[in-house]
Every structure is written in structure tokens, then in C-alpha cells.
Design a protein around this ligand. Sequence first.
Ligand SMILES: [Mg+2]
Length: 270
Amino acid sequence: MSVIVASDLDRTLIYSAAALALTMPDARAPRLLCVEVHESKPLSYMTETAAELLTELGDTAVFVPTTTRTRKQYQRINLPGPPPQFAICANGGHLLVDGETDRDWHARVLARLADECAPLSEVQEHLLRTADPVWVRKHRVAEDLFAYLVVERELLPEEWVKELAAWAENRGWTVSLQGRKIYAVPVPLTKSAALREVARRAGAELTLAAGDSLLDADLLLAADQSWRPGHGELADASWSAPGVRVLPERGVLAGERILREFLHRVRAPR
Ligand SMILES: [Mg+2]
């Protein structure tokens, strides 16, 4: 039996320069480790202390990176610690086992989506028709499972996001706004469903989770104990639930705190 630690990555454990939210004088800033390079440029960071904590965690629990990223976007992240046996990508659409996608799991996900929600093409068409090029920078489809837009956040009308969320809800889809990205994701495509599968396969006695966005809420609810940082979509909505601890830290220091909490819980007597 083992402890499963399923954590969101972006703005939970790893942070872009824009999301670091460092507030101390520069001379007292923590040393940062770059854990993702994209197009030959550094993109994501964690503190060096967080990197050490993550290595310890990987040695003592089943650490499961749990992300909305596509497999390709996930695979360019270079996390410290032992290579994870399991990773959850595409918001649960792909379960990687020793780095390879599990075909049975993916087939089950596709069957469920076909049964329970409107097709991706309908959502894509709606986004293309209604999103204003004034504030949309890119239209993207991820793994043929869901869609997202990259937007100019300052120009994005709040009203449009609300209308999109209502339109999507009627079709079995959900909307999440994270930084410069607006995601439209099928309701049944969840991190929690994939976590339950990992817990079943690994024979989990305890599951822990952390995340910052609306797409993490089901994950936080599914785990025995969860944490969320003081920033992000859930914090903006003052979201909480029994079993979810709200941390005061914001930005890259929240990532460090979350890892400390994981380790503390893993080591606590059960
Ligand atoms: Mg996140």
C-alpha cells in the first residue's frame, strides 16, 4: 500500500517568471531552478528548496504529476526527483505509465466523452465565431480532447467569459480561465477520474492533492487531503471545501509550502 500525491504543475508546483509573485527585496529572493525550457528559453521555475523537497517526496510516496498540459507540453518539463511511474496529462485524457500512454485508459475516456457531451468540433466552431480577434492571440486544440484560447487578459471582456461558461455548461463542457489561457474542457474529462484509476492500480492507502484552478477542484475533492495556494482561479473565487487546506502563500513560495505539507503528511503516522 502506498501514499499517492497527485499535484497540478503550473502555478501549483512550477511557475513562469510572470507567476513567481516574489515580494521580498531582490537580494533576499530564493534561488530558483529552471525546470522547463521552451524554444531554447527558460520558461518554468521552482525554488531550489522546493526541488529538494520534491526529490524527497518522490523517494517516499507515489508522486503523480497531474496536469491539463498535453503530453508534449508535459514532457518538456524536467522535474527533480525520480521519474514518476504515473503521470496524468490532458486533464485526465492521458494516463502515462512509465512515460507511455495507457491505451485502455484513453479508450475509456473517449467512450465517455462520446456518450456524455457535445463534440469538440461544436465548441471549436463556437469559439471561432464568438471570440474577438481584438483580444484572441491563438486558437488551440489539445490532444483532440479540448480547446483553449490564448488571450490578451487586459482586453478580455469578463462578460464574454461568463456567456461562454453558460453556453458550455448546456453542452456538458466547462470553462476555466488561467493566466492568459481560457480552457473549454468536457465535464467528464477530469483529473480526479484519472487519479482514482492510479489509486486503484497502485493500491493507495492515502491520496493527497494540490491545485490552483477550477480544473483542479474535482481533484482536490477526490483526494483524502488537499491544499490550494493563496493565488489562482480558486483563490479568486474564495473556493474551499472540507478536506481542502487554504494556504496563505502566493506564487513560487506557495509551491514550496505545498511540497512541505505533502511531505509532512506522508511522514505523519497513519
Ligand atoms: Mg495550475
